[in-house]
Design a protein. Structure first.
Length: 129
C-alpha cells in the first residue's frame, strides 16, 4: 500500500474514532501498508493534531475501563497507559461509577474486573465506611 492510500485509510479510520497510534499502526499493517509507510502516516497525523494517544486512552477511561483493562484492550504496555491516567483520574472515575454499580461487594468485583487498581479500589471503599 502506498503512502496516499495508507493516509486516506488512516484519515477514514480517525474520522470514526480517535485511535491510539499503536492500534492505528497495526490496522494500517493489516491493510497492507509497510512499516515505513505506516510510521510516516502516523507521524504526519500526530504533527497535524489529528491523532492523540492521550485522548484515545482517556476516552477508554471515560467509558468505564481502568488502566489494566485499557492496556490489555489496546495491547499496550501498562507504563504507556499510566503515563496518561493519573491516580486522581482513576479515583474520580471510580467515585462516579460506585453509585451505579449496586451493592458494595458487587461494585468492588466490577471495578476490579474493569481493570482498576485493586489497592485503589480498596482505599476508596475504606473511606466510604
Amino acid at each position: 500500500m502506498e503512502y496516499t492510500a495508507a493516509r486516506k485509510r488512516a484519515l477514514w479510520l480517525l474520522s470514526k474514532k480517535n485511535y491510539h497510534s499503536e492500534v492505528l499502526f497495526r490496522k494500517l499493517l493489516d491493510k497492507g501498508a509497510s512499516e515505513e509507510v505506516a510510521s510516516s502516516v502516523i507521524a504526519d497525523c500526530k504533527r497535524l493534531g489529528i491523532l492523540s494517544d492521550e485522548q484515545a486512552i482517556v476516552r477508554e477511561l471515560k467509558r468505564g475501563w481502568g488502566p489494566r483493562a485499557i492496556a490489555y484492550k489496546l495491547r499496550l504496555k501498562s507504563a504507556e497507559v499510566r503515563k496518561w491516567i493519573s491516580r486522581d483520574m482513576q479515583k474520580a472515575r471510580i467515585a462516579e461509577l460506585i453509585p451505579k454499580l449496586g451493592p458494595r461487594e458487587k461494585a468492588y468485583r466490577t471495578l476490579i474486573r474493569k481493570g482498576f487498581d485493586p489497592e485503589l479500589v480498596i482505599e476508596i471503599f475504606s473511606y466510604c465506611d
